[in-house]
Design a protein around this ligand. Structure first.
Ligand code: FAD
Length: 293
């Protein structure tokens, strides 16, 4: 079993961590504390999200540049094309380029009305993520990640539409896909099969969401089309006011998820940190990562 091998026996294992740009001083402190605790695990890269509709444009750029300078870890900037013209989006890409950022997570984004609401492209904007990938490729030689949805994007009418869209993004020049969070590994493994059957060979990296707050995660999951299995809800039932037990259950759930995936042959993991380090650190340990000075 891969999950019982030592890290030396699995040299191909790669991890990455996702953060969001902090909104105030207190949040910035927690952001840096987490970055400094996770950077010694030598992730392939860490990424910083782009607030809905580009609201964090400057902060995303500042955080990504500072992570690179401060820790030496490669950092990726997320970018969305919703609500902006091509010229505006291209200017952000050139800004990343000028700051020495060579990794982008390229996304369409969601309309201001909210996740799951119909999307109308800006009249002079990129039409979708595939169109954005092509635009970024025209500007420079970036490492590009795109999004994938093991339970289908809520706006994909069918599995064919979902997989065709993923294929367009990867054929258009993206290097890998990172999945939306999911809690049933079967959904991810079936998605991989569908993608491979459609001729997609690029890595589809599972996005692992440690459950730091079941209440928050389940509410967000409902909005982005991730289902919460009954067994998962049962494990957290009644734990809202029991932080220690909640954290132990969360760690066990995430450990079980990555252990199963390791045994299925998965070698790359993207961990959603919500700017908190403890569960991400525990998960990295289970994947065989220890801090490197
Ligand atoms: P797309 O790949 O463009 O697809 C969206 C939908 O449109 C799909 O249903 C697709 O099938 C359909 N579609 C696209 N093109 C066509 C076409 N030509 N014909 C028919 N149907 C089509 N959001 C943020 O605001 N900021 C972030 O930093 C951020 N980071 C994320 C990171 C990851 C790893 C993930 C998984 C999501 C992230 N999101 C982020 C959320 C993302 O913006 C939303 O999920 C959004 O609804 C879809 O973006 P996309 O890039 O997947 O869109």
């Amino acid at each position: 079993r891969a999950s019982r091998q030592t890290a030396d026996q699995r040299p191909e294992l790669q991890i990455s961590f996702e953060f969001f740009p902090p909104k105030n001083d207190a949040m910035e402190e927690r952001f840096w504390d987490s970055v400094h605790k996770l950077a010694p695990l030598k992730p392939r890269f860490v990424s910083v999200t782009y607030g809905a509709g580009g609201t964090t444009r400057e902060r995303t750029l500042r955080m990504v540049s500072s992570i690179k300078k401060d820790t030496g870890v490669d950092a990726a900037a997320h970018l969305t094309c919703v609500g902006a013209s091509r010229d505006e989006v291209d200017a952000v890409v050139r800004g990343y380029q000028a700051a020495g950022i060579n990794r982008i997570v390229a996304l369409r984004g969601d309309p201001p009305e909210g996740v799951g609401q119909p999307f109308t492209p800006h009249p002079e904007g990129y039409q979708n993520a595939a169109d954005l990938v092509a635009g970024i490729r025209r500007i420079g030689d970036f490492d590009i990640s795109v999004a994938a949805y093991p339970e289908k994007h809520p706006q994909s009418e069918s599995w064919d539409v979902e997989i065709d869209n993923l294929k367009r993004k990867l054929d258009g020049g993206a290097d890998r896909a990172i999945t939306q969070m999911f809690f049933s590994n079967g959904d991810y493994l079936r998605y991989l099969e569908r993608a491979r059957a459609a001729g997609i060979t690029a890595p589809i990296v599972p996005g692992i969401q440690p459950i730091h707050s079941f209440k928050q995660i389940s509410s967000f999951a409902g909005r982005c089309g991730t289902s919460i299995p009954a067994w998962l809800a049962e494990r957290f039932d009644g734990l809202d006011d029991e932080p220690e037990t909640h954290a132990l259950v969360a760690s066990a759930v995430a450990a079980e998820q990555v252990t199963e995936l390791l045994d299925e042959g998965v070698t790359e993991f993207h961990i959603y940190t919500h700017n908190r380090s403890p569960l991400a650190l525990a998960l990295a340990r289970i994947l065989g990562r220890r801090p490197v000075a």
